[in-house]
Design a protein around this ligand. Structure first.
Ligand code: NI
Length: 169
């Protein structure tokens, strides 16, 4: 089921999400819906808070469904180590039509659990490292605009306020 994606301003996007504890059918259903929602947007990453569920669950697929092996579903992700820095343009499905340059680690090792509760580990580099960093931020109530300068951030906030006033957000 394709679910609506919450936009900037929704309190769930600013909430610290809770660890996944039950690796059950409900969790599988949420993950399935997140994948469908992510593909339909289309997007390369989605975090559960973006569909209003504050649990530590992220989905990522740099191929946007083109390659079955590209699908990543990760519960309780943790950054084990990271190195280097990359600066690239970044956006977010919860802040549509805005993007800016964000610095992220160039490489990182991430560990977490799959839908069965088994521990899994990813060695991520480049875009995948950026994506993990962005999605894990969501689980902590952090958005990409928080990484921008105060000036850039307030410009975006003001534009969103205007859009909201006009009923276009
Ligand atoms: Ni995002």
């Amino acid at each position: 089921m394709i679910l609506p994606i919450l936009k900037y301003g929704a309190p769930q996007l600013r909430t610290m999400s809770k660890p996944v504890e039950s690796f059950d059918a409900d969790l599988e259903e949420i993950a399935k819906n997140m994948i469908e929602t992510m593909y339909s947007s289309p997007g390369i990453g989605l975090a559960a808070p973006q569909i209003g569920i504050n649990i530590r669950l992220v989905t990522i697929d740099l191929t946007v469904g083109e390659n079955e092996n590209g699908k990543i579903i990760l519960c309780n992700p943790e950054i084990v180590s990271s190195e280097g820095e990359q600066k690239n343009d970044e956006g977010c499905l919860s802040i549509p039509d805005f993007s800016d340059t964000v610095a992220r680690p160039l490489k990182m090792t991430v560990r977490g659990r799959n839908l069965h509760g088994d521990e899994v580990r990813y060695e991520a580099e480049g875009l995948l490292a950026r994506c993990f960093s962005h999605e894990i931020d969501h689980l902590n109530g952090v958005l990409f605009i928080d990484h921008l300068s105060p000036l850039k951030r307030s410009l975006i906030r003001n534009k969103i306020k205007k859009l909201a006033k006009a009923g276009e957000w």
